[in-house]
Design a protein around this ligand. Structure first.
Ligand code: PLP
Length: 391
């Protein structure tokens, strides 16, 4: 039987060859200096692990309400009240616990995009964004954000069309680590409000924001990553998406949440009911403990690694200093006179694994380097890359 003939245009339109090629090449290396990893390298805090283990042992293994278990919802509601001053539930914004941040993105795009509708995405972008937009029938519209990688209102405005449904902000950003300022967040939300377009803010890396970029404050006065969610009344006009995986090293647990206008959250919950059904039960119980965990030591350690990346590479090329996340998007110096993909292949020959910018962008001038690895490995890899750039 010719099953391939039965496949949809939807799957045919997705090209995963770029990133697969890098991982195939990496798999051939014996003991690579791996600077391509998109997840933290610290262990899951003990209390979180234990809470998930206890849930399994206490037979909490069945379906949960599609919206998420009560104790987790209450904890997230309290967290959002403290952090962004939202009063979720009641007459306030709605809340849905999702299967990963990806689950929230997928459900929101499914709820918002009809064929021909447009979604504005920064270039460079998180690799999944344009594919998920297309999977949901929409058209991704790339907004060039080189050289500083900030999705500003000025850059977005000329791209807004009658069919634009959403603008996707990702701060701190994957792949650049760029953090939008308070003013940039406010201006983008103002623009979206004026044009009746939904702003979606993917804040999966919000805890991984480094000292100088924590320029906003929670209601308790804690220095925080700027977010459009702190603009007055934002909960009625934007969708806030956050996750647990990157902050607590539970990427495999598939946990995230979305908060925003009730009409949208209700539709996303309906879609979740008929697809994911509910996020994994033991992961939900484990995540109740997560929001009480202090991750500042881990974040401080990543800040030191970020500083090392900037220190080692800025003498040989242009590095936009990452304000958050654990990536740097580094320009291959023009004198290298070849594409970034070719540079990445050269680095592979020297046993260093990085990802070409073309996986995240329409340009092939940069590479993504992850500093989610120990200082010694990072230093070794940076030295190889710096030498290669000087050659
Ligand atoms: C910007 C961004 N959004 C969403 C995700 C997906 O996160 P999750 O594992 O929670 O689905 C990632 C993962 O790398 C990411 O970098």
């Amino acid at each position: 039987m010719d099953v391939a003939r039965l496949l949809t245009d939807r799957v045919r339109s997705i090209d995963a060859s770029g990133i697969r090629r890098v991982f195939d090449l990496g798999a051939k290396l014996k003991n690579p200096i791996n600077l391509s990893i998109g997840q933290p390298d610290f262990p899951v805090p003990e209390r979180i692990k234990q809470a998930a283990i206890d849930a399994i042992a206490q037979d909490r293994n069945g379906y949960t309400p599609t919206q998420g278990i009560g104790p987790l919802r209450e904890r997230i509601v309290a967290h959002l009240a403290e952090d962004v001053r939202w009063r979720c539930e009641g007459n306030g914004p709605g809340l849905l616990v999702t299967s990963g941040t990806s689950g929230a993105l997928l459900l929101s795009f499914m709820a918002l995009l009809d064929p021909g509708d447009e979604a504005i995405i920064a270039d460079p972008y998180f690799v999944m964004y344009p594919h998920v937009v297309r999977m949901c029938g929409g058209t991704p519209v790339l907004c060039d954000t080189y050289p500083d990688f900030v999705l500003t209102a000025e850059r977005v405005e000329p791209l807004l069309k009658p069919r634009t449904k959403l603008v996707l902000l990702n701060s701190p950003s994957n792949p650049s680590g760029t953090v939008a300022t308070v003013g940039q967040c406010r201006d983008l939300l103002d623009l979206c409000r004026r044009k009746n377009v939904l702003l979606i803010s993917d804040e999966i890396y919000d805890e991984f924001t480094y000292s100088e970029s924590r320029t906003d404050r929670s209601s308790a006065g804690q220095p925080r990553c700027p977010s459009p969610a702190r603009v007055a009344g934002a909960g009625d006009d934007m969708l806030l998406i956050r996750g647990f995986g990157k902050t607590y090293a539970t990427t495999g647990w598939r946990m995230g949440y979305a908060a925003g206008p009730g009409v949208l959250i209700d539709e996303m919950a309906k879609l979740q009911q008929y697809t994911f059904v509910c996020p994994p039960s033991m992961a939900q119980w484990g995540s109740v403990a997560a929001l009480d965990e202090d991750m500042s030591a881990e974040v401080a350690s990543y800040e030191q690694r970020r500083d090392m990346v900037v220190r080692k590479l800025s003498s040989v090329t242009e590095v936009t200093r990452p304000g958050g996340a654990f990536y740097a998007f580094v320009q291959v110096p023009p004198h290298f006179s070849r594409t970034a993909s070719e540079f990445v292949e050269k680095a592979l020959e020297l046993n260093v694994l990085i990802i070409p910018g073309s996986v995240f962008s329409s340009r092939d001038t940069h590479f993504r380097l992850s500093f989610a690895t120990d200082m010694a490995t990072l230093e070794q890899g940076l030295d190889v890359l710096a030498l290669l750039m000087q050659s």
